[in-house]
Design a protein around this ligand. Structure first.
Ligand SMILES: Nc1ncnc2c1ncn2[C@@H]1O[C@H](COP(=O)(O)OP(=O)(O)O)[C@@H](O)[C@H]1O
Ligand SMILES: [Mg+2]
Length: 334
C-alpha cells in the first residue's frame, strides 16, 4: 500500500476582523492523516466540525480569510512525497486535476448557466491537454462520459436542463477527466433525493474501481460512509478523534462521539431510545478545553475537561483520542 495523501499536524484558521477586533476560527486544528491508494476514505462528523476546511487545505487551496499556520500536506510523486503547501503556482497547476481533484460542495457552480456543458468540458481540456484540436478534445470528453455510463449527448445540454443528481454526476465526470490519483468530494450527495444519491454513489464507486485511485469522501451522513467507505476518520471541532476501517468503526466504535453518530442512524422498526449527545458542535473561536466533546459526553470525567487526550492506537489500525482509551485512564474501560 502506498500513501497518496498525507497531512502532518495541519493547522488552518479563518482570521477575521470583526468590529475592529481579530477573530480566529480554529477550523483545522492539528490534523494528521495518512491516506493510502485504492480506497474510499470517509471523513465524517457533524456540520461545523471543519470537514470542508480540511478538504480545501488538502487541495492546497487556502484563500483568505483561511490561512495555513502550521503543518504539511504531502502528495506522492514517483517515490517521493512533495509538500503541496510549499509548491509554487506553476507546480501546483500541473498537479491539480491530474494528481488531485476537488469536487466542491454544491458543485452546480462549476458550470456556466448560459453555456452548454460542452463548453465547460472544452475549456477544462484546452487548459490541460496540449496539441489537440477541438474535435479531438470533444471526442475525449464523450469517451469519458461513455466509460462512466453517462450519455455523451449530455454535453449538448445547458446546466438548467439537467436534474440536480445528473448535474452532480456530470461535475464528477468533469473532475475525473484526467484520471486523478486522488479525488476530494465534499458532500456530493447532500441535497439530492435517495434515488439520485444512489446514482452518484454508484458513479463514485465505478470511478474508484476503474482508476484504482482514492476518493476522499466528506459527508455528515454515516449511512453513506457505511455504504461505500473502506476506511474512515471521525472529525470533531477541527480534530480527528477516531480512525479505523469502516467495518471496525461500525462494529467496534470507541469514541462516545462516534457511538453517538452511529446510534443516530435510523433503523427500520427500532423504536428504542437512543444514546444521546445533546447540543451542537462547539464554536471554533473558543473551543472547550481538554477534549472538545466533553460538554456533550455522557462519560466525561474531570480529566476530560482539563487535558486533551492523545490520539492513540488501541488495536491494530484503530486509533482514538479519548481518555476512556488512553493516557492516564488507560485500562479503566470495560
Ligand atoms: N469562509 C469562512 N469564513 C469564516 N469562517 C468560516 C468560513 N468557512 C467556514 N467557516 C467556519 O469554520 C468552521 C468549520 O467549517 P467547515 O469547514 O465548513 O465545517 P463542515 O464542513 O464540517 O461543516 C465553522 O465554524 C465555520 O463557521
Ligand atoms: Mg462542509
Amino acid at each position: 500500500m502506498k500513501t497518496v495523501l498525507k497531512a502532518e499536524n495541519l493547522r488552518a484558521f479563518y482570521v477575521l476582523q470583526v468590529a475592529g477586533r481579530k477573530k480566529v476560527i480554529q477550523a483545522v486544528n492539528g490534523v494528521n492523516l495518512d491516506i493510502q491508494e485504492d480506497q474510499v476514505y470517509g471523513i465524517a462528523g457533524e456540520s461545523g466540525c471543519g470537514k470542508t476546511t480540511l478538504l480545501k487545505v488538502l487541495f492546497a487551496k487556502a484563500d483568505p480569510p483561511l490561512q495555513i499556520f502550521e503543518g504539511a500536506v504531502y502528495y506522492r510523486e514517483n517515490d517521493s512525497l512533495l509538500n503541496a503547501i510549499e509548491l509554487d503556482s506553476e507546480q501546483m497547476r500541473k498537479l491539480r486535476w491530474t494528481y488531485i481533484s476537488y469536487i466542491p460542495q454544491g458543485s452546480m457552480s462549476v458550470f456556466n448557466p448560459v453555456k452548454k456543458i460542452k463548453s465547460t468540458f472544452l475549456d477544462f481540456l484546452q487548459s490541460h491537454v496540449q496539441n489537440r484540436v477541438k474535435k479531438e478534445l470533444l471526442a475525449l470528453a464523450e469517451e469519458h462520459l461513455r466509460k462512466l455510463g453517462l450519455y455523451p449527448r449530455l454535453l449538448d445540454a445547458y446546466p438548467h436542463q439537467l436534474s440536480g443528481g445528473m448535474r452532480q454526476r456530470v461535475s464528477i465526470a468533469l473532475a475525473t477527466l484526467l484520471s486523478p490519483r486522488v479525488i476530494l468530494a465534499d458532500e456530493p450527495t447532500t441535497a439530492l433525493d435517495v434515488v439520485a444519491q444512489r446514482a452518484v454513489l454508484q458513479l463514485l464507486q465505478e470511478i474508484q474501481k476503474q482508476l484504482k485511485n482514492t476518493i476522499v469522501l466528506v459527508t455528515h451522513d454515516m449511512g453513506i460512509h457505511a455504504n461505500i467507505a473502506t476506511h474512515m476518520v471521525i472529525m470533531y471541532a477541527g480534530k480527528i478523534v477516531e480512525e479505523a476501517s469502516t467495518e471496525e468503526m461500525f462494529t467496534n466504535p470507541f469514541h462516545p462521539y462516534t457511538r453517538y453518530l452511529i446510534n443516530s442512524l435510523p433503523r427500520i422498526g427500532d423504536k428504542r431510545v437512543r444514546e444521546s449527545a445533546p447540543g451542537n458542535p462547539p464554536s471554533l473561536v473558543d473551543p472547550p478545553p481538554g477534549c472538545a466533546f466533553h460538554p456533550r459526553c455522557p462519560e466525561a470525567t474531570e480529566l476530560c475537561s482539563s487535558k486533551q487526550p492523545d490520539f492513540v492506537e488501541v488495536s491494530a489500525g484503530h486509533k482514538v483520542a479519548c481518555w476512556l482509551y488512553g493516557g492516564a485512564n488507560h485500562g479503566t474501560f470495560t
